[in-house]
Design a protein around this ligand. Structure first.
Ligand code: ADP
Ligand code: MG
Length: 261
């Protein structure tokens, strides 16, 4: 039922951007009248619904802006499968305290051990804690910076990798060798973020192999120096989860074939 009074309330809510209250107002008014709720209870319910809805909307925006390749969480990570990872360390990182001080997280290890999964899961925690996040592969970032450089817009692109997100996830460092110019792009991003905003980085190479990947010993050392100064390094030693899944699938297919014989 619509009355001029209710219409005015709708308009006020809209003007104040209380969209959730606006949607739920008729039902909530009806319930409050039926259950004889106090003014304070009614207001508390109303405002908490708005806060909840705004929180969910902002989180959805942060997740969309982060451009994750997939959304994997810590809950779906099997710690038992990767005993070289201390769940306590991961749980501490999930609190996001490292972000307050611009500390970095390095996830190192061979393919398939869950580096990208953990990087995304920790970055999702950061989004939940209210931080802005951007996810990219190193290759993707280097290509974007090189294109901006060719277009004479390197400075503004570098700024976007430095200031646009409070947490930058750099995935797959070390998969492809870098030229000196490319390594220099990475150096500029890392040194601009140094002690200001965090980076989560994944690599299949140990840090001792980095000079080889970056082609230039001096730049590799300068990058590592800044990255490692305030950092949490997790070296994952273990088997590939991808191969385990493939082995399990093959075993169950074999079992199914045997069962039909
Ligand atoms: P990496 O980046 O180290 O190569 P990924 O994080 O891409 O590995 O993991 C490969 C796949 O295996 C992904 O689908 C990931 O979700 C899954 N995975 C890896 N490790 C685990 C784990 N310990 N528990 C659950 N899933 C895992
Ligand atoms: Mg990966």
């Amino acid at each position: 039922m619509s009355t001029p009074h209710l219409e005015r309330l709708h308009a006020y809510c809209h003007q104040l951007r209380l969209y959730q209250v606006e949607t739920e107002l008729p039902t909530l008014l009806e319930q409050a009248a039926k259950h004889e709720r106090s003014y304070s209870e009614f207001l508390e319910d109303l405002l908490s619904r708005e806060i909840h809805a705004k929180g969910a909307k902002h989180l959805a925006m942060r997740l969309a802006m982060a451009r994750f390749p997939f959304q994997k969480t810590l809950e779906s990570f099997e710690f038992k499968f990767q005993p070289s990872i201390d769940p306590k360390v991961v749980r501490e990182l999930a609190t996001g305290r490292y972000l307050e001080h611009g500390e970095n997280v390095l996830l190192l290890g061979p393919p398939g051990v869950g580096k990208t999964h953990l990087a995304v899961a920790l970055a999702i925690c950061a989004c939940q804690n209210g931080y802005s996040v951007y996810f990219t592969t190193l290759d993707g970032m280097i290509r974007a910076l090189a294109a901006a450089d060719r277009a004479g817009k390197l400075d503004s692109k570098l700024r976007s990798y430095t200031t646009k997100s409070q947490l930058l996830v750099l995935d797959e460092v070390g998969y492809l060798p870098l030229s000196r110019a490319e390594a220099n792009y990475l150096f500029q991003v890392i040194s601009n973020r140094y002690e200001r905003s965090s980076v989560i980085l994944t690599s299949n190479k140990s840090v001792t192999e980095w000079p080889e990947v970056f082609g230039d010993h001096a730049i590799a050392t300068a990058i590592l120096d800044r990255l490692l100064h305030h950092s949490h390094v997790m070296s994952i030693k273990g088997h590939s989860y991808r191969l385990r899944e493939r082995a399990l699938a093959a075993a169950s297919a074999q079992a199914a074939t045997l069962a039909t014989q």
